[in-house]
Design a protein around this ligand. Structure first.
Ligand SMILES: O[C@H]1[C@H](O)[C@@H](O)[C@H](O)[C@@H](O)[C@@H]1O
Length: 503
């Protein structure tokens, strides 16, 4: 079935990422003053309670991402997605049927657990089913679908504010049950990750999946070689290495991977994207805009971000690699925020009526998120964290990276309202510095991973590598049948390589 099927599988699984975006986005509308019915029903909850409604979700995400690392190895990537979607159904039901604020918060925590699981497992699954030359695009679908979730949530929120009974908040919260059920059921029809199948010794099923994903008349050689590489590497890892949490820092190359995986997510949060995502209306208000204009600008920004993300992951990411977009993006975001700070300092919305300054202010917020973030840390963070770990530790490594995302996410969303109120335009300065720091971190510490198979990442991070050419050579030399003996000889080949290296 080949590439189209591959694309379909990656996109369908990304319904999990849609839930991530929708669930994160919808709560901002539901608790806003426009949703009067919500405030009446819950007897005017104060700011602390509303803050807790938002942060309990992110807290749940943190623990969900943790659990997903454990689940993904035991029951597999596909079943973990299904578990995540079932938990999402439960969390949605609790929120939609909430009778008091406690029940609503309980629902937020459960939904958070689900989104935490899905945020970690969806890109991991996508990267394990992708051929190397399309991995950026297919794993990048995670970011596209997160953005779509936010976008749909904005408009659903916009429409529902006009309802004048409980449905005003129950409907936007309840809608998530549709994608959650669709994902749960649909995943029955999608394949298991071939790499996980090999790990479990189900090689024939794995080979069938690789055929299903990459098949077309001309590439049987590619399929065979891709499958053999997976097989050799995973068998070697299984027989020679452990998969304990401490393996994340057991050797220098492993520590490097772990720190890079965490760093890509921490840097993503320190771009300031969530200040712009969660508090976008306040940013436009600070420039002097109000009411429906704010909604309109938010809508345009969201739509533009989607188009740019798609163009970037489809045409650019697999060609230019991961490093360059991250570096350009970080400098671009620092530049946008510098101009933004200057405009806000010189022409504050309360006192200034300078129209061009206001428009420029809006333009640079849009450029920041829809251009620079969408072509850098947005998609690349998910792609990168899912491709850098070896199989035996990939689930735990990806889980720790995703947990870093949520931990810093909670921290930044807690301090942002304070920062924006107390520091005003000076708050931008913080993120100018963090974006410059992000650029330096990438320049000095992030290796390029474009086009490599997941098994070739060992070489990228300085680990021992199975050299397939040397292996074939060795087999020929000792007169063995290459294919059958390849696994058994990996150890010998390494010995030969070691000898060659030391002589
Ligand atoms: O807007 C989201 C943001 O809320 C997440 O924290 C980030 O990790 C995603 O990449 C981004 O798309």
């Amino acid at each position: 079935m080949g590439v189209w099927f591959n694309f379909f599988v990656a996109t369908f699984a990304a319904i999990g990422s849609f839930l991530f975006g929708y669930d994160s986005g919808i709560i901002g509308s539901v608790i806003s003053p426009n949703f009067k019915q919500f405030h009446i029903y819950f007897k005017d909850p104060n700011d602390n309670t509303l803050g807790a409604v938002v942060s309990t979700f992110a807290g749940g995400c943190f623990f969900g991402a943790m659990a997903a690392g454990w689940l993904a190895d035991r029951v597999g990537r596909k079943r973990t997605i299904q578990i995540g979607s079932l938990v999402a159904v439960f969390g949605t039901a609790l929120q939609t049927g909430a009778r008091n604020i406690g029940m609503l918060m309980g629902g937020r925590v459960v939904a958070g657990l689900a989104v935490g699981v899905l945020s970690m497992i969806v890109p991991l699954y996508q990267s394990e089913i992708s051929p190397p030359h399309l991995r950026g695009f297919l794993t990048g679908m995670t970011q596209f679908m997160i953005g779509l979730g936010f976008f749909v949530a904005n408009w659903v929120g916009y429409g529902c504010q006009y309802l004048d009974n409980d449905a005003q908040w129950r409907v936007p919260l309840g809608i998530q049950i549709i994608p959650a059920i669709l994902l749960f059921l649909g995943m029955f029809g999608l394949p298991f990750s071939p790499r996980w199948l090999i790990e479990k010794g189900r090689n024939e099923e794995a080979l069938a999946v690789v055929h299903l994903l990459h098949d077309n008349a001309t590439n049987s050689e590619f399929i065979e070689s891709e499958f053999n590489k997976m097989l050799e590497q995973i068998k070697y890892e299984k027989s020679h290495m452990s998969s304990k949490i401490s393996d994340l820092w057991a050797t220098k190359p492993m520590l490097k991977r772990t720190l890079t995986g965490m760093a890509v997510q921490i840097c993503t949060q320190f771009t300031g994207i969530n200040v712009s995502t969660y508090f976008q209306p306040s940013l436009y208000a600070a420039l002097g805009y109000s009411g429906n204009t704010i909604l309109l600008i938010t809508g345009i920004n969201g739509a533009l971000g989607q188009v740019v993300t798609l163009v970037f992951i489809y045409f650019i990411l697999d060609r230019v690699g991961r490093r360059l977009p991250l570096i350009v993006g970080a400098f671009g975001m620092a530049a946008c925020l510098s101009i933004e700070a200057a405009i806000n300092a010189r022409f504050p919305g309360e006192t200034s009526t300078n129209k061009s300054a206001q428009q420029a202010g809006v333009a640079f917020i849009i450029l920041f998120g829809s251009l620079f973030f969408s072509t850098s840390f947005g998609p690349v963070s998910w792609v990168y964290q899912s491709e850098i770990f070896p199989m035996r530790i990939r689930a735990i490594g990806t889980s720790v990276s995703t947990m870093s995302n949520w931990a810093i996410n909670v921290m930044i969303s807690q301090i942002s309202p304070l920062g924006l109120n107390r520091l005003g335009w000076k708050f931008y300065l913080v993120f100018i510095c963090t974006n410059l720091a992000n650029a330096l971190i990438v320049i000095f510490f992030f290796p390029e991973t474009k086009g490599k198979t997941l098994e070739e990442m060992d070489a990228v991070f300085g680990d021992q590598v199975i050299d397939h050419a040397a292996e074939a050579n060795y087999n020929k030399k000792v007169g063995l049948d290459e294919k059958e003996e390849s696994i058994e000889n990996v150890e010998n080949v390494r010995d030969v390589q070691d000898v060659e290296r030391t002589t």
